[in-house]
Design a protein around this ligand. Structure first.
Ligand SMILES: NC(=O)c1ccc[n+]([C@@H]2O[C@H](COP(=O)([O-])OP(=O)(O)OC[C@H]3O[C@@H](n4cnc5c(N)ncnc54)[C@H](O)[C@@H]3O)[C@@H](O)[C@H]2O)c1
Length: 262
């Protein structure tokens, strides 16, 4: 199968087929829009059918070949369907961005001893198990191509030890760990697996979860002292989705304006 190692496409995602889980809203939607603007064919995968379909329609109106596929990342059959739909339509899957997570829907932060067992299990299922299942679903296509990029969205809360969020930080720690393990397994297949750990993004979801009066204090602690937007993530993720990042694998890139160092 054709690999994507030609110099002319090294730093480009033009014509790359890229699946973005959790792509219907928030950071995922911003990323899907950015990738489409860079010439990628984008598969928006999410449980939110209305938002996902609307985004795909907007991308199509803008001239991008994109589609929405309703996907639940905790359901193995749903993940298999997603991979099959992408291959049916485009014949290959170049990159998978595992962005879907329970974040906004965490509700209020809680003392670790007050987190319910159901909430712990739900967060671990979507945020950690979902990454494993999605990667397993695209692996046969990537292996057959001899090329693939997997980018897992972790969180700098793992590095910072953010309190009152124990199930979430545990799930994102698992994302970083599984990134390393799977990277070691699939490197010989031409597939890289990396993670991006965002700092606090000043978006609706963060505002729903946090006391926003703290945001300016946090911003001042950054080496680059300003609010972080979803657009601050797109460069790093696009690079890790491209052929240019081909000798980088198992790594976690913190993108937070220089607050924590890994
Ligand atoms: N916003 C931040 O400050 C921040 C910081 C660090 C990391 N992150 C991470 O970035 C990613 C995106 O964050 P966001 O702010 O857009 O969060 P969000 O909660 O707004 O969006 C999450 C998306 O995942 C989807 N999703 C949830 N469960 C799903 C499932 N079972 N199957 C498929 N899709 C599902 C949701 O429908 C939604 O579209 C998440 O992985 C989050 O943990 C966010």
């Amino acid at each position: 199968m054709m690999s994507k190692s030609h110099d002319a496409v090294q730093d480009s995602v033009v014509d790359s087929v890229i699946i973005v889980t959790g792509g219907a809203r928030g950071i995922g939607a911003s990323l899907a829009t950015h990738l489409a603007g860079r010439g990628a064919k984008v598969v928006v995968a999410d449980v939110l059918a209305e938002d996902g379909s609307a985004l795909a329609a907007t991308l199509n109106d803008g001239g991008t070949d994109a589609f929405f596929h309703r996907t639940d990342v905790v359901d193995p059959a749903s993940m298999q369907d997603l991979a099959a739909a992408a291959v049916d339509r485009y014949g290959r899957i170049d990159a998978l961005v595992n962005n879907a997570a329970i974040y906004e829907s965490l509700g209020a932060k809680k003392h670790f001893a007050d987190i319910s067992v159901d909430d712990w299990d739900r967060v671990m299922a979507v945020n950690a198990k979902g990454v494993w299942l999605a990667t397993a679903a695209v692996y046969p296509a990537m292996k057959a191509q001899g090329y693939g990029r997997v980018v897992n969205i972790a969180s700098a809360t793992v590095h910072a030890g953010v309190p009152f969020f124990a199930h979430y930080t545990a799930s994102k720690g698992a994302v970083i760990a599984v990134t390393r393990s799977i990277a070691k397994e699939v490197g010989r297949d031409g597939i890289t697996v990396n993670a991006v750990a965002p700092g606090l993004v000043d978006n609706e979801s963060s505002a729903a979860l946090n006391d926003t009066s703290y945001f300016p204090t946090l911003e001042r602690q950054r080496a680059i002292p300003r609010a972080m937007t979803p657009a601050d993530l797109t460069g790093a993720i696009t690079f890790l989705c491209s052929p240019a990042s081909g000798f980088i694998t198992g790594q976690t890139m913190v993108v937070d304006g220089g607050l924590v160092f890994s």
